[in-house]
Design a protein around this ligand. Structure first.
Ligand code: N01
Length: 546
């Protein structure tokens, strides 16, 4: 148990992370009069948009929807230059919000929380940072994001490589100039697929190492038109409300009709319209694409035909055609010219599905008996998602139980917000909540509101501690898995399933039952006097008052 030095500093709330969740938390906590300390490992705000600065990084949820709704003036004032914003614009927005609401003064940058232990006698969390700072707080809020622990695979020889290496999720702040370089890109998920077309325009040669071919749909991105922007701004109140109760927390044109209810010609027509519209709208072509294999096959084949049409070299086209998982069950990728990039003379695709990268040498890679030489290697190899960042902190609840131990077979939460035996520790968009399966900005606002409202409720009712009951948590964990098992998602080796990390338990981590449904369930729980949560009054004087 962390003990020494904690008397010196105590606040009501410690928040870990100053991404979009952390920023909104500061705003709300301050308005409710709580003292707080926020620790952020980066030297700026923005979370995922602070770290993921790779060339081509862009959000694939429309900016008019992927933005805060909590302040009417903010949403009226802010101008997004494009339909799908590029990373620098999203980071500029995060910085604007931090300045506009004067949020920085509570944040300690360049500081990672290394441990958080619950002290049962003192009824508070004892938090320690890598700077040796120690703080006690009644509430601990982990606003650490879902995909924030970058993963570089353990490949023999990495330390011997003499060129530069990069990970898309830890991209340098200054511009990296690849002019005149031969580069390798390992990984063809959303990050790789966005980066490759931009890198190919700059580097002398790009070799793409693909383990799994992924489905990608064209963003059809465009500049924001004044008419479109104004239409959204005029309708913001009603549209934000509507978004909150949709399956994915965003307004999309979802066709409530099964794929097989229409003719093959009609299906092709619908897919073509949606391919042309862009973004992930193709997945909403019919209401059962993610639950019925035969229906899914029709959409998957449509995309494969598009790939074969775009990519001139038939062998490369075939390698790029995904065949081993239903479309949409690995995160759908949204690109700007990805498949077209393979028509360039300076781009080569190396399929490593049935082989592995044997070793990294001083000058490149050895794969399947072939040696490659590179000036730089770009790892677009993803993240230890949903649980990795939480496990990087030594979190211990009642009885000195480590979160990592409790979750050894997979995350166990109630609503993705709390875990039994970890009183007053909240997670924003934690595993078991819709999180990555919806518009993150919409989901994190709901979670922040839930958490702050719960803390205020405790203050009003004279409670000191809150945690879910074991029964409620067990039921929720089952419900999350049942919801996933009604879909095709478990059929893919995705990071949603923990499949990208060797040894990680294989189970679907986000809640796929729908963002709107989840919100209604949460509202019902609060209406029913926080059904499934247990509260305890304090036996101590207020920590903050000490
Ligand atoms: O990571 P990924 P990402 N040898 O895990 C491969 C969000 N995001 O950073 O599929 C060789 O999807 C791996 O292969 P496989 C979004 O939610 C959003 O691209 O495991 N290859 C895969 O191809 C997204 O889903 C946006 O067989 C190896 C790739 O690396 C999430 O972030 C933009 C390997 C990793 O793909 C993560 O995306 C970017 C190895 N040892 C990201 N290990 C937008 O909003 C892994 N791979 C648009």
């Amino acid at each position: 148990m962390l003990q020494n030095g904690f008397k010196s500093r105590s606040v009501d709330v410690v928040v870990v992370g100053a991404g979009f969740s952390g920023l909104y938390l500061i705003h709300r906590l301050r308005n409710e009069g709580y003292s707080l300390r926020v620790f952020e490992r980066g030297d700026g705000v923005g979370g995922t948009w602070y770290w993921n600065r790779y060339p081509g990084a862009r959000c694939d949820v429309e900016s008019m929807q992927y933005s805060y709704s909590f302040d009417e003036e903010l949403q009226q004032d802010w101008h997004w230059p494009e339909k799908f914003s590029a990373q620098p614009d999203i980071l500029a927005y995060a910085n604007h919000v931090a300045d506009r609401f004067d949020l920085r003064r509570d944040i300690e940058f360049d500081t990672s929380v290394t441990a958080a232990h619950f002290d049962e006698a003192a009824e508070c969390w004892l938090v320690e940072t890598d700077k040796g700072e120690k703080v006690s707080a009644r509430y601990l809020i982990m606003a650490t994001g879902c995909i924030s622990t970058a993963q570089i695979p353990e490949i023999e020889g990495l330390s011997e490589y003499s060129g530069n290496t990069y990970h898309t999720g830890r991209w340098p702040h200054e511009k990296v100039d690849f002019t005149g370089q031969r580069i390798a890109v390992i990984g063809t998920g959303s990050s790789g697929i966005q980066a490759i077309p931009v890198l190919a325009k700059e580097a002398t040669h790009v070799t793409v190492f693909q383990r799994t071919a992924n489905y990608s749909l064209p963003a059809q991105n465009m500049s924001m038109t004044p008419e479109y922007e104004q239409e959204w701004k005029d309708e913001y109140t009603a549209r934000r409300m509507e978004m909150r109760y949709t399956p994915q927390g965003s307004l999309k044109d979802l066709n409530d009709e099964p794929a097989m209810a229409v003719s093959a010609d009609r299906r092709r027509e619908v897919y073509t319209e949606r391919w042309t519209t862009g973004g992930s709208t193709l997945l909403g072509s019919f209401n059962n694409l993610l639950s019925d294999q035969k229906s899914n096959d029709t959409a998957a084949e449509f995309v494969r035909q598009k790939i074969r049409k775009i990519v001139k070299d038939s062998e490369t086209a075939e390698l790029l055609c995904p065949k081993d998982h239903p479309i949409g069950t690995k995160r759908i990728c949204i690109d700007s010219g990805y498949y077209q990039t393979f028509n360039r003379d300076n781009v080569e695709l190396v399929d490593i599905k049935n082989s592995v990268i044997e070793r990294i040498t001083e000058t490149g890679l050895d794969v399947n008996g072939r040696s490659f030489e590179f000036d730089s290697i770009v790892f677009a190899t993803g993240f230890d998602a949903m649980t990795g960042t939480l496990f990087n902190v030594d979190i211990r609840g009642r009885g000195d139980q480590a979160l990592k131990d409790k979750w050894f077979a997979g995350p166990r939460t109630y609503l993705g917000l709390m875990s039994e035996a970890f009183p007053n520790m909240f997670m924003i968009t934690g595993p078991g909540s819709p999180s990555v399966k919806g518009n993150m900005l919409n989901s994190l606002e709901q979670h922040v509101d839930f958490v702050i409202d719960s803390i205020v409720h405790m203050r009003e009712q004279g409670f000191a501690m809150m945690e879910p009951t074991r029964e409620a948590e067990d039921e929720w964990v089952d419900h999350v898995q049942e919801a996933a098992n009604r879909t095709l998602f478990p059929r893919a080796n995705s990071w949603y399933m923990g499949a990208n990390i060797p040894g990680k338990p294989r189970l679907f981590m986000p809640y796929i039952g729908g963002v709107g449904r989840y919100r209604r369930i949460s509202e019902k729980i609060v209406e029913n006097d926080y059904d499934g949560f247990s509260f305890k009054a304090s036996t101590k004087p207020s920590i903050a008052a000490e």
